[in-house]
Design a protein around this ligand. Structure first.
Ligand SMILES: [Fe+2]
Length: 390
């Protein structure tokens, strides 16, 4: 899955919503609505181009979706405002499920990871309906224990990532399960280490590191466990350049699911409040991770993850250049700096008539002049993102 700035020649039959039309190839073109240098926005435009007499077109896969890529923003079947409440229920259900399973494991009881497949299936369906809703929920920093919310967030964001990469359905489910179970070995660590309010000492850190192998041991006892799921749990702290643990495996020697999972895991960790570090905004986390591509992470996976999430992921609280404040409620993989924003406060932080602006829709109003200037920490503003979105 190489991601390079690329112009591709494709047959008109392969054209679909979300592609960026760079120019036309062979064939005549007699439609009055020229469609150069922009995204194909809906199926009417696809039909119009197919009828127009163009045989071949050139698409820019850096600015729009590729032939085998998920259609992301442009294929959303359900409006964000409709999906967000359904996704919130699924999120709570997943959190309860994780609480139950982890409690059983802590007590040394039996569990069957296949029982989590239905839960992950629900997340996959939600992501297919509207991925922005699920992403948004992972951005809300709840009051629940980090171990549980982190497991659910990594599970859900792994699903988002897998769908965006166009993985097969069974692989997306497996990646989601890996997200939920990746830190399961922590349940066997002493609580003083897991819940220590502050940095770990070198010897405590060595103990904490055993959770990867411990997680592998727990999962290896499961019946019919897929080898990729097992490797993802065992290798989620391995790093692309061999600087990880427990085995310092590097590059292609690392399981593909582990390479994908490590990107999601680090993103959620960096954007969460932890005992020794304040949460970063997603854009700060992306900056850190982007500079670690090729070192900690497989370069293309960091880039693809950022593309799937958007520079300002749904759920981000942002200030616009108009002075107003809003919440991101949709992403745009072709123009990651220009997502959909629900404007909720005026420049004096007074609640205003809410309005959704699609910053990538240059045909509407003066949206081309509206830009995001800053991502803010909603906690500092005492903002309840969920209330503003519902
Ligand atoms: Fe971990």
């Amino acid at each position: 899955m190489p991601i390079e700035r690329m112009i591709k020649k494709i047959h008109i039959d392969a054209l679909r919503v979300g592609m960026f039309v760079d120019r036309y190839g062979s064939g005549s073109f007699d439609s009055p609505l020229a469609m150069f240098q922009r995204i194909v926005r809906d199926n009417n435009e696809v039909r119009m181009l197919r009828r127009s007499g163009v045989d071949w077109i050139y698409i820019d896969t850096d600015k729009g979706v590729d032939v085998h890529e998920s259609m992301g923003t442009y294929a959303r079947k359900v409006a964000f405002s409709d999906e967000v409440s359904v996704a919130a229920k699924l999120y709570r259900h997943t959190l309860n499920h994780v609480h139950e399973v982890f409690a059983r494991i802590k007590d040394g009881g039996d569990f069957n990871h296949h029982d989590s497949e239905d839960v992950v299936e629900g997340l996959v369906e939600s992501v297919h309906r509207n991925d922005a809703a699920g992403i948004c929920l992972t951005q809300l920093r709840g009051r629940d224990d980090y171990t549980y919310t982190h497991s659910v967030n990594v599970g859900l964001l792994s699903v988002v990532f897998g769908v965006s990469l166009g993985l097969e359905h069974a692989e997306v489910i497996r990646l989601g399960l890996a997200g939920i179970y990746h830190d399961i070995g922590k349940l066997r660590l002493p609580n003083e280490i897991i819940a220590k309010p502050g940095r770990l000492t070198p010897s405590e850190y060595r103990i904490a590191q055993t959770h990867a192998l411990e997680g592998y041991r727990i999962m290896a006892e499961q019946a019919d466990i897929h080898p990729d799921l097992l490797s993802a749990v065992a290798e989620h702290h391995e790093r692309y350049d061999g600087s990880g643990y427990p085995r310092a495996i590097h590059g292609a020697g690392l399981n593909r699911f582990a390479r994908l999972l490590s990107v999601v895991d680090v993103f959620d960790a960096l954007t969460s409040d932890r005992p020794y570090a304040k949460a970063k905004t997603p854009s700060e986390a992306f900056r850190v991770m982007y500079s670690a591509r090729g070192k900690s992470f497989e370069p293309q996976y960091v880039e693809r993850f950022i593309k799937a999430m958007g520079i300002y992921p749904p759920g981000s609280f942002v200030r616009l250049n108009t002075g107003s404040y809003g919440v991101v409620c949709g992403s745009n993989s072709a123009q990651p700096l220009r997502p959909q924003v629900k404007v909720v406060y005026d420049r004096k932080l007074r609640q205003c008539q809410s309005e959704v602006l699609d910053l990538s829709d240059f045909n509407t109003a003066q949206n081309d002049k509206v830009e995001i200037t800053e991502a803010l920490d909603p906690g500092e503003y005492r903002i309840d993102i969920m209330r503003l979105l519902s």
